[in-house]
Design a protein around this ligand. Sequence first.
Ligand SMILES: *Cc1c(COP(=O)(O)O)cnc(C)c1O
Ligand SMILES: [Zn+2]
Length: 419
Amino acid sequence: MANEKSFMKALKCRECGHEYPLTATHVCEFDFGPLEVVYDYEAIRGSLTRASIESRPQTMWRYRELLPVAGEPTVGTQVGFTPLVKADRLAKRLGIRELWIKNDAVNYPTLSFKDRVVSVALSRAVELGFTTVACASTGNLANSVAANAASAGLKAYVFIPADLEQGKVVNSLVYGANVIGIKGHYDEVNRLCAEIAGKYGWAFVNVNMRPYYAEGSKSLGFEVQEQLGWRIPQHTVIPMASGSLLTKIHKSYQEFSKLGLVPNTKWKVHGAQATGCNPISAAQKAGLDFFKPVKPNTIAKSLAIGTPADGFYSLRVMKDTGGHCDDVTDDEIREGIRLLADCEGIFAETAGGVTVGVAKKLIASGKIPAEDSAVLCITGNGLKTLDAVANHVGQTREIRPSLREFEGLLEAEGAACKA
Ligand SMILES: *Cc1c(COP(=O)(O)O)cnc(C)c1O
Ligand SMILES: [Zn+2]
């Protein structure tokens, strides 16, 4: 079976094109450009068809030829194929003809899209012989590394900003990972991890394993295209932390279209950030090709990266596709969370509030035309960021267990039982 063959060719510098062997390395020696996995698309064309994909189990690994592992994946083999939900009620509220929610809030096993990148990075880490894995994280990545490392019998060190939501912290500790809280912003966590990665022989999923890790995000885009009936959505709204997910969803559309799996139609990729950490959005709105680093201050902690590694490339993708970018305040983030919950029964974390809030702005301003169709990427689960909304969703009304008291309550609210 074709699955026993590697379709990866090399790592290649995105700047100068210099090629490197497929090891745990991520920057070019000549210009410090980021390295990216290149594939043998001719070989893939012969093996990956709509029919072959549809015959495989419903996980992200049904697109295995386009994911960077040499053999069969060994970690996170059940990740992905999350629901694509037609969101008619939300569409009506936002004023757009057709709207879809890609719901990675229910990804397996840790309820965020990070399970995709981690299953790829850890499967590749095992192939390369690592026994200790690590990451620099804004929360969800730490959860996923901790859980997937536990199930694979790998040792894990996860590094997070010390002030993360309790839900994110507990969701790493419970798996027995070494959780290190750094007194500083993510950007400082990341800098420290680069030093540690250089000194210890560990697989840092988003440092020395980053070229493999990042490719895992493509699976979200592959699924969207298949679930839409083999087509590319006109508009995709994507939350951005480092900007990697946005660039890789774009790449997934390019690859499927190049392989003839979907018709080659036009698409626009739009980015979403929090106003309290908007380096990419600020640059896009000002028409700049480069972002200026910021100090994050937002309830959307999963997106709080002030110096985004893929900021430059995500700006280029938005420019090339004619996409837009915007950002929303903490109040607008909470409103976005409530809107999605209210209309579609989906409880997203703060990043989801960012995506819905920005989509609302882009539709209202006509940047996403009302007669078009759009996909919103919901990337994490609201159960992990309860603190952000707990005091903004109303309160329980308490009564004694008595019918009279209940009816008194209904009467007081003018909603007395008519039966
Ligand atoms: C990490 C994360 C993102 C964005 O990731 P990047 O690829 O770094 O832009 C989006 N949403 C959630 C919930 C995340 O945890
Ligand atoms: Zn280079």
